[in-house]
Ligand binder design. Structure first.
Ligand SMILES: *Cc1c(COP(=O)(O)O)cnc(C)c1O
Length: 462
């Protein structure tokens, strides 16, 4: 199994190198050269299996010989052992044809745990084999950072540094990053915005001397291994509802386009997904691009669903690569337009290819709160604001096929919005109810590349 860059100019790599590299050297994203397919019988056989066994069968062909079968089985088992629900990704019925896929039973209460827990295990296994050590640096607006820290805390051979914007993440998100006691965890509160965090991270990757010196590795959402882990729950959910004998529609609360792109992969593997709907908040660059064919970034406006407050939707590039018939030069041209003019125009043919599978919708702030409220009134479920955006769009798009909406975070991770909508402050699950009492450990840092690099060098040499 080989992986190629969406911009066509970086070397093809195997699974392990693709995972360790993250971003391709030509600035592109890695995708499988050929997407393996599953027969209808293989898909039908997934119904009712334990999540870990289904994950093994879906993931195995992508990993090929990077890990033995028993290694892979063992790593998958470890990745999901800490989840708070035996089904890992339980499907809940909300209405006659309406379902919620709960992806928030992982250790940090957001769907990012599915990918991050697995990538933590896979990277650690690869490092143990090679005897190398790496430094993971990530930038986060909240959920990615906490999931990464949770996945890598205490692992030998890895230091994990997470940059988050000081004072701009929720208290639960911050505490999930600042309360782990392990020495290899370094929460850094940067004086600046999320964009500053991301810019400094990019600077570090572009400083090749520093990058090689500390053996920098990335786990942000463009890492192929993260997308791959997310393909699994499309299979478990759809087969629960009768796939492959039945077609299923899915609505996905969308920011960086990683989660919904995993659905596109599941569909290409043979899972009969009908349409995949990208649900955005008021930061609706993806919704506008899918509707009009013009991708036009604007300023980010903070919302109740901060994990979708984004204008540069990185994984959209992977969908473009397929829509352009895997023409890396065409994708490179679009990304150059984006860099130079803040926008690009999708060709008519590519736009038609994209919208054959993908639909979209947008939900404004007041409708988000209203949806939290009506969902509670009609179904008894408390949902987080990201999930509410999904449910709102799903209702508008509902057709004859069953509709699954992905519940991307636990309501207790965003208690202020939920309380504003319903008057109820959702409690944390009991397994983490002492989060508010644990001591915090964090280093405040200036928005200064040199100082950050020095701090990282000092910390890893201890
Ligand atoms: C990251 C995140 C999203 C957006 O997912 P993408 O893969 O970036 O599109 C939606 N909801 C929550 C709670 C998230 O943490």
């Amino acid at each position: 199994m080989r992986y190629v860059s969406t911009r066509g100019a970086a070397p093809a790599l195997g699974f392990e190198d693709t995972m360790m590299t993250g971003l391709a050297r030509d600035g592109g994203l890695y995708v499988p050269e050929d997407v393996p397919t599953m027969s209808a019988a293989d898909i039908a056989a997934l119904a009712g299996l334990p999540y870990e066994e289904a994950a093994f069968r879906v993931i195995r062909p992508f990993v090929a010989d990077a890990f033995t079968e028993s290694e892979l089985q063992d790593l998958i088992a470890r990745a999901y052992a800490g989840f708070g629900h035996p089904a890992r990704a339980p499907l809940k019925q909300l209405g006659p044809n309406q379902f919620l896929l709960e992806l928030f039973h992982g250790p940090t209460l957001a769907f990012k745990d599915f990918a991050m827990q697995l990538i933590g295990q896979l990277m650690q296994a690869a490092l143990q084999r090679s005897g190398e050590r790496i430094t993971i640096v990530g930038a986060t607006s909240g959920d990615t950072g906490s999931a990464a820290i949770e996945a890598f805390r205490g692992l030998p051979n890895v230091d994990v540094f997470i940059l988050y914007p000081h004072g701009r993440v929720s208290e639960v998100q911050r505490r999930q990053m600042t309360t782990p006691v392990e020495d290899n965890v370094h929460a850094l509160a940067l004086h600046g915005h999320f964009d500053d965090c991301q810019a400094r991270l990019k600077d570090m990757f572009n400083d090749h001397e520093f990058r090689d010196g500390v053996r920098l590795a990335g786990v942000n959402s463009i890492n192929w291994a993260r997308v791959l882990a997310q393909v699994v729950y499309y299979f478990t959910a759809a087969t629960t509802l009768g796939a492959p004998h039945r077609t299923i529609d899915v609505t996905v609360p969308t920011g960086n386009f990683g989660d919904i792109f995993a659905g596109c992969i599941a569909r290409r593997m043979g899972l009969p997904l009908g349409r995949l709907y990208a649900a955005t908040n008021q930061n609706d660059v993806v919704n506008r691009a899918l509707k009009s064919g013009l991708y036009q970034a604007t300023d980010v406006t903070p919302s109740y669903s901060p994990s979708m407050d984004i204008q540069v939707s990185s994984n959209f590039e992977r969908a473009l690569f397929d829509a352009y018939g895997r023409d890396g030069n065409a994708v490179r041209q679009l990304m150059d337009d984006m860099r130079d003019h803040g926008q690009f125009k999708i060709s008519q043919g590519a736009h038609e290819a994209l919208t054959e599978v993908l639909g979209s919708g947008m939900t404004l702030e007041s409708a988000t709160l209203q949806r939290i409220q009506t969902t509670l009134a009609e179904t008894g479920e408390l949902v987080c604001p990201h999930t509410a955006v999904g449910l709102d769009v799903a209702e508008r798009k509902a057709g004859d096929a069953p509709m699954i909406t992905l519940a991307t975070a636990h309501p207790a991770k965003f208690p202020d919005a939920v309380e504003e909508a319903t008057g109820i402050r959702p409690p944390l699950p009991s397994r983490m109810s002492d989060l508010y009492d644990r001591p915090e450990r964090v280093t405040e840092v200036e928005n200064d590349l040199g100082a950050l690099q020095q701090l990282i060098r000092d910390r890893i040499s201890k």
